[in-house]
Design a protein around this ligand. Structure first.
Ligand code: SAM
Ligand code: SF4
Length: 327
């Protein structure tokens, strides 16, 4: 399916829950969220699988499970299994904080999980604990090494770079990509989520991070593109993995955007940063058939804006938070 700006939309991110077992400073409020979504407010695994089948019928080929923390959703492996059975879907990925990954990894792989992105903002245990408000880095690192052992590929690490907090660790992250077949993606800090924590002084642009890495490592263009996301990748000459840069602030990539987003409560969004959404949950409650659901998908794809507009203000534009829409 091609949208009105000529972009092929073939990727759906599904936020399977708004809950999380961490409380990252820039994402969630300290006291936790006031959980509005109860069991009956969220789509069942079977409904999520049905909607994914319908999405596949209008051109979706890749699915990513995210949240909140997707691994806290009960029986998430079952959803992976359902999606793996849809012939048009050729890629099932996961974005996780990694806390529960090690214990679930084998089951997830068996169910059909192809690849995983871990979020990791510091390699230092005390800093990790600070930014996640009390999280333990140990199971996360074990999760990353378990993914390597299981041969999931590619394994990406998302690192939000925050000036004065973790920008001094950029080279240590690059070293990790040098030593292991890991793809570290440095993400510019965006004014989304819990925006009380964001301010412009904490933003450090990708170009600056890249030039710091270039002082220590020789960067070269990769032989093949690692996934179809918004990152610009470079391999580290002589090393095993790569570094990538995601620059929503300094260089938006909306012209190449190929995605739609489904929330746990059944709303479909064309853009993370726009409040426009269509209601699939309501349609399911009204007993819509698959053709009617497909129409709703087409509507969301058609309504995808040309580009995001941070300028209009995340807080004003979005009643929902990042953990509710899916990062
Ligand atoms: N809990 C999972 C995790 O942390 O990977 C999935 C959901 S989380 C919202 C998805 C990603 O969004 C994480 O990598 C997180 O760092 C990123 N994220 C959240 N708020 C952000 C912000 N203000 N700027 C940049 N990235 C952000
Ligand atoms: Fe949870 Fe991910 Fe948000 Fe951190 S970034 S609080 S792990 S949803």
């Amino acid at each position: 399916m091609v949208d009105r700006f000529g972009r092929e939309i073939n990727y759906m991110r599904i936020s399977v829950t708004d809950r999380c077992n961490l409380r990252c400073l820039y994402c969630m409020p300290e006291e936790g969220i006031d959980y509005k979504l109860t069991h009956k407010d969220i789509l069942s695994l079977e409904e999520l699988a049905r909607l994914t089948r319908v999405a596949a019928s209008v051109g979706i080929k890749k699915v990513r499970l995210t949240g909140g923390e997707p691994l806290v959703r009960k029986n998430i492996e079952k959803l992976v299994e359902y999606i793996a059975e849809i012939p048009e879907i050729d890629d099932i990925a996961l974005t996780t904080n990694g806390v529960k990954f090690k214990v679930m990894a084998t089951r997830l792989k068996k169910a059909g999980l192809k690849r995983v992105n871990f979020s990791l903002d510091s390699l230092k245990p005390e800093r990790f604990s600070y930014i996640t408000r009390g999280g333990d880095i140990k199971p996360v690192m074990e999760g990353i090494f378990t993914a390597l052992e299981l041969g999931l590929n590619p394994i990406k690490i998302n690192t939000v770079v925050i000036k004065g907090f973790n920008d001094d660790e950029v080279l240590e992250f690059a070293k990790l990509a040098y030593d292991y077949p890991l793809h570290i993606r440095f993400i510019e800090f965006m004014p989304v989520g819990d925006i009380k924590f964001w301010n412009e002084d904490k933003l450090i642009k990708s170009e600056k991070i890249k030039s710091r890495i270039e002082h220590e490592f020789e960067l070269a263009l990769p032989d093949k593109i690692v996934g179809s996301g918004p990152a610009k990748y470079f391999k580290l000459r002589g090393g095993q993995g790569s570094v990538g840069f995601i620059s929503p602030m300094s260089n938006h990539f909306c012209g190449e955007c190929n995605r739609i987003r489904l929330t746990a409560d059944g709303k479909l969004r064309g853009c993370l940063y726009s409040k426009e959404e269509v209601d699939l949950m309501e349609a399911i409650k009204q007993n819509a058939n698959d053709d009617e659901l497909a129409e709703i998908f087409l509507e969301a794809i058609n309504n995808k804006p040309r580009h995001h507009n941070f300028g209009s203000g995340w807080g004003k534009e979005n009643e929902r938070k990042m953990y509710q829409i899916g990062g």
